[in-house]
Design a protein around this ligand. Structure first.
Ligand SMILES: *[C@@H]1O[C@H](CO)[C@@H](O)[C@H](O)[C@H]1NC(C)=O
Ligand SMILES: *[C@@H]1O[C@H](CO)[C@@H](O)[C@H](O)[C@H]1NC(C)=O
Ligand SMILES: *[C@@H]1O[C@H](CO)[C@@H](O)[C@H](O)[C@H]1NC(C)=O
Ligand SMILES: *[C@@H]1O[C@H](CO)[C@@H](O)[C@H](O)[C@H]1NC(C)=O
Ligand SMILES: *[C@@H]1O[C@H](CO)[C@@H](O)[C@H](O)[C@H]1NC(C)=O
Length: 381
């Protein structure tokens, strides 16, 4: 294997701001849920069981949102015998900001009740938001190692915002294909991991492994607990000056590798190289400079090799290229550095909210495995 040059960028440890709640650990049960990559959007979905009888719902996976939401017109949500609207006068409702009181003049169904707690779910891709009614319903994740579809694990209660797609279909636009709602894994009181952690009085630890292939699912191991980086962005977005620093360094390093730069690059990327079949573009790491993200005072390094930094792009006019999979986030983005899905794929990430730590594996491809054949053994500790 040829050694490739290394680019080091030092970043603040921007995703270590975990909200930390200490919970006592009773018997621990690891629960899992499959994560799939949607080919058309390059974004990810996660499947959970909801309703009574339990049914699998595919939800767009977002590491930063506040509360899960579900399109209550799809998947016949109204057949659930266990849903309960959340009343506007409850303490639970009063935590929601902003909130509204819902009225409805149709026969009652999920998302339609009087004096209900209205909460406004947001689409993390488009930032579109809409009206929704809070409900509580039964929900379960899967037990590990129980076959492809998986056996449902212990059932608990889920608070979610119920959205009517007939009126608010705009809300679903831009999400990973096939999703009927949002799985929010953010560091908020009512995110999916937080709700699980509360239900099972368990530590807030969860791991995620995003697949790079749209054929085989990866896995989200919601042991019990939860947090953030952006899985709603297919590629990392860097504030303009950081982006320039990275691309300049990358082009300079790659200059020594006898690669031919394609100009102009294929949008939305800014740096692309022609695919050279001789260099091996099939299995394994494409041979490009390695990027090291240095986190937390130089002690922690996240190494990004070709399989996570580069994106293979084939255009209609026969351009076949490897492009540096980072995009310019503009001069004043909401967040100066967002690590997107491509850079997270095939890395096992573990969020431990109790100690405020993020653990990561580097690419599993370096260990001859991937998120698609990741397998969680049933554990008790
Ligand atoms: C649920 O909604 C569908 C159509 O939207 C309707 O056909 C069905 O009867 C409803 N079920 C219940 C239990 O209300
Ligand atoms: C989150 O939960 C904590 C503890 O239950 C509570 O003190 C806090 O006010 C909640 N935060 C919000 C924004 O509701
Ligand atoms: C809500 O209240 C109005 C007025 O009292 C009533 O007509 C309507 O049927 C109620 N809606 C539901 C869903 O119970
Ligand atoms: C560099 O690339 C050119 C054109 O692709 C090729 O002819 C040449 O042999 C390469 N040089 C080396 C050292 O690989
Ligand atoms: C990696 O995987 C390949 C193909 O499955 C296999 O032939 C090879 O022995 C594996 N190497 C290691 C170190 O496990």
């Amino acid at each position: 294997m040829t050694t490739t040059p290394l680019i080091t960028l030092t970043f603040f440890s921007f995703f270590f701001f975990f909200f930390s709640v200490r919970l006592h650990c009773s018997s621990a049960q690891t629960l899992v849920t499959p994560v799939s990559k949607d080919k058309s959007t390059s974004l990810y979905t996660l499947s959970i069981y909801v309703k009574t009888p339990l049914q699998l719902s595919k939800l767009h996976l977002d590491l930063g949102s506040y509360i899960p939401w579900h399109d209550c017109d799809r998947g016949r949500y109204n057949d659930s015998s266990s849903y309960r609207p959340v009343h506007a006068k409850t303490a639970l409702c009063k935590e929601m900001i902003p909130r509204a009181i819902g009225y409805c003049y149709e026969p009652a169904h999920p998302g339609c009740a009087n004096n209900s707690c209205g909460f406004f779910p947001e689409n993390p891709v488009t930032r579109e938001s809409s009206a929704g009614d809070l409900i509580q319903d039964k929900f379960a994740l899967l037990l590990p190692g129980a076959g492809k579809r998986g056996q449902p694990g212990p059932i608990s209660k889920l608070l979610l915002s119920c959205v009517s797609s007939t009126i608010f279909s705009k809300l679903l636009r831009g999400l990973a294909g096939g999703s009927v709602g949002l799985a929010s894994l953010g560091r908020y009181n009512h995110s999916l991991p937080a709700q699980l952690s509360t239900s099972f009085s368990s530590p807030q630890i969860f791991s995620i492994c995003l697949p790079s292939s749209s054929k085989d699912p990866g896995i989200d191991e919601l042991g019990r607990g939860g947090v953030k980086i952006s899985s709603s962005k297919p590629y990392s977005e860097l504030e303009t000056s950081v982006f320039r620093a990275l691309t300049d360094a990358f082009v300079k390093e790659a200059g020594g590798l006898n690669l031919s730069l394609i100009q102009p690059a294929v949008e939305p990327f800014k740096v692309c190289y022609a695919v050279d079949e001789k260099q091996g573009s099939g299995a394994g790491d494409p041979p490009f400079p390695t990027i090291d993200l240095v986190l937390q005072g130089e002690e922690v390094i996240w190494r990004i090799s070709g399989s996570n930094s580069m994106v293979r792009v084939m255009t209609k006019n026969n351009v076949d290229a490897w492009c540096l999979g980072f995009v310019d986030g503009g001069d004043a983005p909401r967040t100066s550095i967002i690590i997107g899905g491509r850079q997270l794929e095939d890395n096992l990430l573990q969020f431990d909210l109790d100690s405020g730590r993020l653990g990561f594996s580097w690419s599993l491809l370096l260990r001859n495995t991937s998120c698609s054949n990741f397998y969680v053994k049933s554990t008790t500790n």
